[in-house]
Design a protein around this ligand. Structure first.
Ligand code: NAD
Length: 496
C-alpha cells in the first residue's frame, strides 16, 4: 500500500506519527494512506520556504515566468496520468478530471505573463522635479489550504501566481485526495523551481493550525467549507496575516417562463449533477417562476434524468461518479430524507442506486426534489451531492429575494429570453458570479473568482488580477534629485 508523504525543500520527506486512509470512492476500497504532518514537519516546510525566499524574490520575473512556461508543458504532457489520479481518489469521470486540469493549466498560463502584470504604476512630475511610482513586492512565505473537490485545480489557482510574483509557498492539500496535488508539485520542481520555493505538507487540522500561527507565514489562501473558511479567516487575521478564505455555496438558477426549456434542462443537468454535485459552483436550486414553468421543468427533467449514467470514474461513458466518502454519502442521503419528512416531493430518487460491479462504491443517484420551501434543511444547507431542488416562485422579484436572503452568494444564473430581465437580474442580485443563460459562470483565468456574503471571507478573490494584488504588497516610492549634482560639474578640490 502506498504511503503518501510530504515534499519539503525539493525532496520527499517521511514523517512519523498519525496517518489516514485514502479511498477509491468508486470501489469503496482503501487505495493508500497519507501521512498527517506534525507541527514539527510543517515547521520544517515553512523553514525551507523562508530560506528560499530571498533568492527567489530577486530572481527576475521573466526567469520566474519561464519556469511557468515549462510547468504548463509538463502538465499537458502528463494530463492523462493526472486525470487518472484525480479520478481514482475523487471519483470524477476522466473527461471531467481532464476539464478540471485544463482550468488549472489556464491559471499557469496567466502566471506566464507575470513580468507584464508586475510592471507597476508610474507618474512623472508629481511635484517640481518629483517622480512617483508604485511597485508590487512579494510578501514572503505564503500558505494554501485546499478542498477535496478540485484536488488539482484549486492548488493551481494559488501557487503558480504566488510563486510567479516572487513568494515561496507551502501547500496543504485535502487529506482525502492528496495524490494529484503532490504529483503536480513535483512537475513544478521538474520545471525548474529551486528547492524550497514550493513545499507540500499533507495533513489535517494540526498542519493547518501550524500554518495559521507561524509568524513566518505572511498570507493564507483557503478554499473549502464555510465554517472552516470563517475559522481560517479569523485565526489568520488575528495573527496579522493577509487572508482570503473561500467557502461554500447554494447556487440558484432562476427559470423564467419564457426560457427555452430544452436548453434549461440540458444545461441544468450537467450543472446540477456533474461531478456528483460536488462543485462549489454546482447549480443546486432551480427557482421556477410560475407553476407552468415549474411543471414543464419537472416533466422534462424527469425524463432527461432517466438516461443519467452513474458509475466508476474509469468509464468515460458515465455522466458522474461516486461522492467522496461513505460518511458524505450518508450525509447527502440524510438531506434527501429530511426533505421528504419536511413535506417536499422526491420526484426522482437516487437513494437506492446500485452500480453493478461496484456495490461498495459511495454512489448516490441523481435526485430531483420538487416543492422545496426556504425553511427546509435541504434548502438552507449546502448538500454537495447530485441533488437538484426545485422551488416555485410567483414572480421574478420573489425568486431574486430568495437568492438575496440566502447566506451564500457564490454563483447564480438566470434562464430567460428577455434582455431587460437579465440585465436587471445581473445588476441587482447579491451574488459574486452571475450567469445569463450560462449555468456555471466560472470566470476565466484572467478574471477573478469569488463569491459574496458567506461564500468568501476577505477582500480579494482568487486567481486572475486579484491574485496579483493578494500575493504582493504595494510600495509607493516618491523620488526627488535636488540640483547641484554631478551634472552641474564635479568638484575635484576638497571643499574649503
Ligand atoms: P473542508 O472545509 O472540509 O476542508 C478544506 C480544507 O480545510 C482541507 O484541506 C482540510 O484539511 C482543512 N480543514 C478541515 N477541517 C479543518 C479544521 N477543523 N481546522 C483546520 N483545517 C481544517 O472542505 P472540503 O469538504 O474539502 O471541500 C468542500 C467544500 O469546499 C464545499 O463547502 C465547497 O463549496 C467548498 N468549495 C468552495 C470553493 C469556492 O471557490 N468558494 C471551491 C471549491 C470548494
Amino acid at each position: 500500500m502506498t504511503m503518501l508523504n510530504h515534499l519539503i525543500n525539493g525532496a520527499r520527506v517521511n514523517s512519523q506519527g498519525r496517518t489516514q486512509d485514502i479511498y477509491n470512492p468508486s470501489t469503496g476500497e482503501v487505495s493508500g494512506q497519507v501521512s498527517l504532518a506534525s507541527k514539527a514537519t510543517v515547521e520544517e516546510a515553512i523553514a525551507a520556504a523562508h530560506k528560499a525566499y530571498p533568492e527567489w524574490r530577486n530572481t527576475p520575473p521573466a526567469k520566474r515566468a519561464r519556469v511557468m512556461f515549462r510547468f504548463k508543458q509538463l502538465l499537458e504532457q502528463n494530463a492523462d496520468e493526472i486525470a487518472h489520479l484525480i479520478g481514482q481518489e475523487h471519483g470524477k469521470i476522466s473527461h471531467d478530471a481532464a476539464g478540471e486540469l485544463q482550468r488549472g493549466i489556464e491559471n499557469v498560463e496567466y502566471a506566464c505573463g507575470v513580468p507584464e502584470l508586475l510592471k507597476g504604476e508610474y507618474s512623472k512630475n508629481t511635484g517640481p522635479g518629483i517622480d512617483s511610482w508604485s511597485e508590487f513586492q512579494p510578501l514572503g512565505v505564503v500558505a494554501g489550504i485546499t478542498p477535496f473537490n478540485f484536488p488539482a485545480m484549486v492548488p493551481l489557482w494559488m501557487y503558480p501566481m504566488a510563486i510567479a510574483c516572487g513568494n515561496t509557498f507551502v501547500l496543504k492539500p485535502s487529506e482525502r485526495d492528496p495524490t494529484s496535488a503532490l504529483y503536480i508539485a513535483e512537475l513544478a520542481l521538474e520545471a525548474g523551481l529551486p528547492a524550497g520555493v514550493l513545499n507540500v505538507v499533507n495533513g489535517d487540522k494540526e498542519a493547518v493550525d501550524t500554518l495559521l500561527d507561524d509568524p513566518r507565514v505572511q498570507a493564507v489562501s483557503f478554499v473549502g467549507s464555510t465554517p472552516i473558511a470563517e475559522y481560517i479567516y479569523s485565526r489568520a487575521s488575528a495573527n496579522g496575516k493577509r487572508c482570503q478564505a473561500l467557502g461554500g455555496a447554494k447556487n440558484h438558477a432562476i427559470v423564467m417562463p419564457d426560457a427555452d426549456m430544452d436548453y434549461v434542462v440540458s444545461s441544468l443537468t450537467g450543472a446540477a449533477f456533474g461531478s456528483s454535485g460536488e462543485r462549489c459552483m454546482a447549480l443546486s436550486v432551480a427557482v421556477a417562476v410560475g407553476d407552468k414553468a415549474a411543471d414543464t421543468l419537472i416533466e422534462k427533467m424527469k425524463s432527461r434524468m432517466e438516461s443519467l449514467k452513474v458509475g466508476a470514474f474509469s468509464d468515460a461513458n458515465n455522466d458522474f461518479g461516486p461522492v467522496i466518502t461513505q460518511a458524505h454519502r450518508e450525509k447527502v442521503l440524510g438531506y434527501i430524507n429530511s426533505a421528504e419528512q419536511q413535506g417536499a416531493s422526491v420526484v426522482v430518487d437516487g437513494r437506492n442506486i446500485m452500480v453493478p460491479g461496484y456495490e461498495n462504491g459511495f454512489f448516490v443517484g441523481g435526485t430531483l426534489i420538487d416543492r422545496v420551501t426556504p425553511e427546509m434543511t435541504c434548502y438552507q444547507e449546502e448538500i454537495f451531492g447530485p441533488v437538484l431542488l426545485v422551488v416555485r416562485a410567483g414572480s421574478m422579484e420573489q425568486a431574486m429575494q430568495l437568492i438575496d436572503d440566502h447566506e451564500y452568494g457564490n454563483g447564480t444564473c438566470i434562464y430567460t429570453r428577455d434582455g431587460e430581465a437579465a440585465r436587471y437580474f445581473s445588476d441587482n442580485i447579491q451574488v459574486g458570479m452571475v450567469g445569463i443563460n450560462v449555468p456555471l459562470p466560472v470566470p476565466v483565468s484572467y478574471h477573478s473568482f469569488g463569491g459574496w456574503k458567506r461564500s468568501l471571507f476577505g477582500d480579494l478573490s482568487a486567481y486572475g488580477p486579484d491574485a496579483v494584488r493578494f500575493y504582493t504588497k504595494r510600495k509607493t516610492i516618491t523620488q526627488r534629485w535636488p540640483s547641484a549634482g554631478i551634472r552641474e560639474g564635479a568638484q575635484f578640490a576638497f571643499p574649503a
